[in-house]
Design a protein around this ligand. Sequence first.
Ligand code: NAD
Length: 392
Amino acid sequence: MPDQSTDIHKRKLRMGMVGGGEGAFIGAVHRKAALMDGQIELVCGAFDEVPERARAFGAKVFIDPARSYGTYQEMAEAEAALPAESRMDFVTVVTPNHVHFPVAKTFLDAGFHVVCEKPMTVSLQQALDLREIVKNSGKVFVLTHNYTGYPMAKQAKAMVAEGEIGEVKKIIVEYPQDWLLTRLELEGVRQAVWRTDPKQSGPAGCLGDIGSHCANLVHYITGLEIEELCADLTIFAPGRLLDDDVNVLIHYVGGARGIFHASQISAGEENNLKIRVYGAKASLYWAQEHPNYLYVTPPGAPVQIYRRGHDYLSPLAKLATRLPPGHPEAYIESFGNIYLGAAASIRAAESGTAPQERLDHPGVEDGVRGMAFIETVIEAGRARKWTPFKIF
Ligand code: NAD
């Protein structure tokens, strides 16, 4: 039974979910992450594009049958018609990419806040349209680039901002995986089927799927904007329609240089996202497969290892942790931190109070920047030359 208090500061936020049904990957992660801090409860959903499967899955996760909807359109209409004390507060969109825009638009138009998976849309134009819709709605829009939710990514951001590594000169970011080395999409693996289909994934394969995280993480940690880039996109698996490997050289505004690669055909790799930031005074190194450690190295001195959970960390890094040092936290908690930020933003928006702590979550501007990055990389790959990056 949802908490029916009318004071948004005195009750859990009510979440609905679109996507994330039987056999889906990230929806289950979102459900665990959103609920882990007791701030949010799941009250409704349209979990699958097939109405019978959607309702059947709702029963599996113990949703009130009256609020386990066959379609997201039905859900938006029915939830908007409920009294304020039981109506959902926000929707989480965990469908394949091509469904993000129509679902986000439907729920923003119906007066709900939105948490949405990346890449935000399937084109830059859609991203720009969504930005207008968000602005006009006055609602909160959160984009789940979850790697920004890790405490040590927050620590890296704080150290760059405070000048601890000096002026940033070079960034190397990489995200190799191997799971699309063969044509898994022909074996009916659902996550591979839609990710390799331009109609569902958008114009990018690996670039949109994991390259978008790399670009977002660099911007989050360094704040740098791209000036121009050149790119090489490859389809290694014969017959596949979208890139499964991408390499990019980047010139940042102000003179920093970047090397970027993302790959889904690199044998033996799991989720080997790594970032190195070289400054005038020291370098930073963070690897998401060992996420509780941040390595800081000045020239001619021993490596310093910053560890999650300690008092010497920045305020946001400390807020983003739940366990004492040495008890590992990782992927699900990183989403949990995005949800804590979303909850704080939604409570502030609903009550007209000043924004509080925990608000450093990605939003619609990051989604626009992400889609501009994807389209510029594709354009540069086709043109085979340095291509300017436009900030929208
Ligand atoms: P998935 O194929 O495992 O799940 C997609 C779900 O959406 C399925 O349950 C499907 O039935 C449902 N769906 C599709 N169309 C729908 C519709 N019209 N209405 C209701 N439900 C619908 O996909 P996934 O791997 O979970 O990816 C989903 C999204 O999450 C993608 O945008 C992906 O890029 C993103 N993702 C992000 C991360 C991350 O680290 N942040 C990781 C994985 C996936």
